[in-house]
Design a protein around this ligand. Structure first.
Ligand SMILES: *Cc1c(COP(=O)(O)O)cnc(C)c1O
Length: 326
């Protein structure tokens, strides 16, 4: 759709949409479908694959030889960036927050396998550390490209404009009308892109982000700004309605990346009813939110929900202890 923006191929698209009939029946609410962005295919997959198709293209266009990014210890964005860099022969530095954990597992294990150079930020601002590495690289004659946290800038968010258009096309082809789309929201690029895409593709339903780590007010601001920048970047000429940015922050639980009973229940329920794996940090929490909303009667039985599986399952292994707790 946006041919003028450079893009490389990293994933398999369109990702499929699956129906979850057993979960839908068990909850007695709307029909639940899943958009399988966990199946993008890049070293474990996930929503960052779409963003990286544009971000890596931009890095290459600028002549970069090294890409840098930052995230949490179990960052899916870091893992997919490492894989994307490997595919294009780029050096990759990951500046991860805090300190090296005792066990190298989950995404961190994959970061290492994929050849990324990992630096621990400790108490330092990771952006400062990335600047420092970029300077070292420059001295060594290499050009760095810094990918923002979560890949969330207008370039990365553009990928979710496409993703929304992709899903709307699939829904038209299948003759299914989605009343609401639900997904985990964090650095905001996914939601910003989807909000712009919803307008671009004339999607009539709700676009509901479940916050995984922030109160809805600062987040709404962030998503609104990013959506506006993304709209302008793509040269789209409509006006965004602030009302279209819906964020629910009722499910923050114990805070970012802390697994509680709600996430555990959601992950186990979906695994046991549908044979579908969710992740401990994002989709487990967003599904816990969706399940709670359905139990509260927030949707009609004749409605249809599209839940976006944004990936993250490699992190399951890092949460073995919490997942098996009771
Ligand atoms: C990064 C991530 C998200 C959040 O996407 P944002 O664009 O940062 O809001 C959701 N789910 C998974 C699995 C992720 O890795």
């Amino acid at each position: 759709m946006h041919n003028r923006i450079p893009r490389v191929s990293l994933g398999h698209f369109p990702t499929p949409i699956d129906h979850l009939p057993r979960l839908s029946r068990l909850l007695g609410g709307p029909q639940i479908y899943v958009k399988r962005d966990d199946l993008t295919g890049l070293a474990g997959g996930g929503n960052k694959t779409r963003k990286l198709e544009y971000l890596i293209a931009d890095a290459l266009e600028q002549g970069a030889t090294t890409v840098l990014t930052t995230g949490a210890v179990q960052s899916n964005h870091a893992r997919q960036t490492a894989a994307a860099a490997a595919r294009f022969g780029l050096r990759c530095y990951l500046v991860l927050r805090s300190m090296a954990p005792e066990h190298t597992t989950g995404n961190l294990l994959l970061d290492r396998l994929l050849g990324a150079r990992v630096r621990w930020a400790g108490d330092r601002n990771p952006f400062e550390v990335m600047q420092e590495i970029a300077n070292e690289e420059r001295v060594a004659g290499r050009k760095s490209y810094i990918i923002p946290y979560g890949g969330s800038n207008p370039i990365g968010a553009s990928a979710y404009v496409d993703a929304m258009e992709e899903a709307v096309r699939q829904s038209l082809d299948a003759g299914i009308r989605f009343d609401v789309m639900v997904f985990p929201s964090s650095s905001g690029g996914t939601q910003a892109g989807m909000v712009v895409g919803a307008r671009a593709a004339n999607f009539q339903g709700r676009v509901l982000g479940i916050s995984v780590d922030e109160q809805s007010e600062p987040m709404r601001q962030n998503v609104q700004e990013l959506a506006e920048l993304t709209r302008a970047y793509l040269g789209l000429r409509f006006e965004l309605d602030p009302e279209d940015i819906e964020i629910n922050d009722d499910y923050l639980g114990g805070g970012y990346a802390v697994m509680g009973a709600a996430e555990r229940e959601a992950i186990q329920l979906v695994a046991r009813e549908e044979g579908l794996l969710l992740d401990p940090v994002y989709t487990g929490r967003a599904m816990a939110g969706l399940i709670d909303l359905i139990r509260q009667g927030a949707f009609q039985r004749d409605q249809t929900v599209l839940f976006w599986h944004t990936g993250g399952t490699p992190a399951l292994y890092a949460y073995a202890h919490d997942l098996l707790a009771r």
